[in-house]
Design a protein around this ligand. Structure first.
Ligand SMILES: O=C(O)c1cc(=O)[nH]c(=O)n1[C@@H]1O[C@H](COP(=O)(O)O)[C@@H](O)[C@H]1O
Length: 232
């Protein structure tokens, strides 16, 4: 089975709506992401039900806390059988190493661990209110280096930084990029965006896509068209 490159973000407040979409999909077409909204509403049972249906699940809870707390949360996440979990790189290398070790020692050590660098909803202006005189690309570069040095599997970044990071890290280092928008689709709250084809050409490993697929009139056809465009 070909490794699906699109991760569909299930950001729904209603489990039936999510289930209706998932019923149309299969693990050869996409992976699935459960984030803060659905996990808060429906908890581990929903996540486990997707794992049971054979999907690679990215549990996107973006942990950011002291090392001991994040390590325990990552162990708990891995033991749900998920494919991937994430933390914020700005939590620091001690936190990331503790998280990595906790997953390695868990009952599901194959769970991948990646770190969020700079959120794709941030542009220069937004970032400068927190970290003055640094561009998103410079901040991503710095945090990606810290992530790699901490032994993690990769980063969440925008596709805009992918070419730079591919030149600095091994081919195995995962670049997972939200902020993906097919040409002409609504950008919404995302700021650093790119089309699926451009992102793949830039060296991205996995594309995270929510609304362009989940809010489409025909989500399955939209996903198939995206898959076709990136595999062409
Ligand atoms: O970690 C993430 O998945 C993430 C990081 C980031 O920098 N930006 C970002 O949009 N995300 C997530 O990716 C998804 C993007 O959804 P859409 O903007 O609807 O395609 C959402 O579930 C976000 O929570």
């Amino acid at each position: 089975m070909q490794d699906a490159r699109v991760i569909v973000a299930l950001d729904f407040d209603n489990i039936d709506t999510a289930d209706q979409l998932v019923a149309q999909l299969d693990p050869s077409l996409c992976k699935l992401k459960v984030g803060k909204e659905m996990f808060t509403l429906f908890g581990p049972e929903f996540v486990k039900s997707l794992v049971k249906r054979g999907f690679d699940v990215f549990l996107d809870l973006k942990f950011h806390d002291i090392p001991n707390t994040v390590a325990k949360a990552c162990k708990a996440a891995a033991e749900m059988g998920v494919w991937m979990v994430n933390v914020h790189a700005s939590g620091g290398d001690e936190m990331m190493k503790a998280a990595k070790k906790a997953i390695a020692e868990s009952s599901h050590p194959q769970t991948k661990l990646i770190a969020v660098t700079v959120l794709t909803s941030m542009n220069d202006e937004q970032l400068n209110k927190m970290v003055p005189n640094v561009t998103p690309a410079q901040q991503v570069e710095k945090l990606a280096r810290l992530t790699a040095e901490s032994g993690l599997d990769g980063v969440v970044c925008s596709a805009k930084e992918a070419v730079m990071l591919r030149g600095q890290h091994s081919d195995e280092f995962l670049l997972v990029t939200p902020g993906i928008r097919p040409a002409g689709s609504d950008v919404g709250d995302q700021k650093r965006v790119m089309t699926p084809v451009d992102a793949i050409n830039a060296g991205v490993s996995y594309l995270v896509m929510g609304r362009p697929i989940t809010q489409a009139d025909k989500p399955l056809e939209t996903l198939q068209a995206i898959n076709h465009s990136i595999n062409a």
